[in-house]
Design a protein around this ligand. Structure first.
Ligand code: URA
Length: 261
């Protein structure tokens, strides 16, 4: 191969890997996994037997499995275990860690973000990267912290490859888990950080621009109604500092409601 063509091929291979989410070096040297584990010997073919008709069992779609697992969890620990064991999403194959929650279970305010980013995936905790630091500062400004008064989770418990936006299918797949999470954590108020969280939890057609800044209601499986405040995602605020004005108004609305009880 000519040097230039070889370089182009290498750049193309690298871009493909980055697009698939392999955008970080985890070890100093690559691991030749295929060489390390020789392929298994082919199993001896069983003697031919007259074929009996195989009964066709309709497997429940993954969405039904997710809903059943979520409904079967009666504590936050059971929910964490059920989600960690759930195999219905390919996202778990590309993520490094399962990210469930941080903060105080039972806190008055529960924040729901979108999905883990690179740092969250590395640490297995939500909102610990740059946008998490802004989130902490925003809530500290109204006297709330993850050490005392906040409980934090995401719509997706796995980082989407290359930090892409979650698909509608991924959001609906994990929604039963999210709603069960809300029911079990039982906060007084929900804060929906960003459009993915707001549209997902409220099952709304409007975008975050129209939804933010006012209280909405979310009804979970047992009929309990939670008050939910959509607001800008801190990552959006980092890119658009002018929107911090709106976010501040949303925080003041939250503070008033927390104080009023
Ligand atoms: N963005 C999110 O929505 N959630 C995180 O946990 C981190 C970044």
């Amino acid at each position: 191969m000519e040097a230039a063509t070889e370089r182009e091929a290498l750049v193309a291979a690298l871009s493909w890997q980055v697009a698939m989410g392999a955008d970080e070096a985890m070890l100093d040297a690559p691991v030749a996994r295929a060489a390390a584990a020789p392929p298994p010997e082919p199993a001896a073919r069983p003697a031919a037997r007259p074929s009996a008709p195989v009964p066709l069992r309709r497997l429940p779609p993954v969405g039904e499995a997710a809903a059943a697992l979520a409904a079967g969890a009666s504590t936050l620990e059971e929910l964490r275990a059920a989600m960690a064991a759930f195999e219905g999403s390919a996202l778990r194959e590309t993520a490094t860690n399962f990210v469930f929650s941080d903060g105080v279970p039972g806190a008055p305010v529960m924040i729901i973000g979108e999905a883990p980013g690179a740092e969250e995936d590395r640490q297995g905790k939500p909102f610990v990267g740059a946008s998490g630091q802004l989130l902490d500062r925003m809530f500290a400004s109204i006297g709330l912290s993850r050490a005392e008064s906040l409980y934090i989770t995401n719509i997706l418990p796995f980082r989407p490859p290359g930090n892409r936006t979650p698909t509608d299918a991924e959001i609906s797949l994990f929604l039963p888990f999210v709603l069960r999470h809300v029911q079990l954590a039982a906060p007084r108020f929900l804060v929906l950080a960003g459009g993915v969280s707001a549209k997902g939890v409220l099952q709304a057609r409007e975008g975050i621009t129209r939804l933010r800044g006012r209280w909405h209601e979310v009804t979970v499986l047992d009929g309990t109604v939670f008050k939910a405040l959509p607001t800008w995602h801190p990552a959006y605020l980092l890119r658009n500092p002018i929107a911090k004005r709106d976010a501040w108004a949303d925080l003041l609305l939250l503070r008033r409601s927390v104080k009023d009880g």
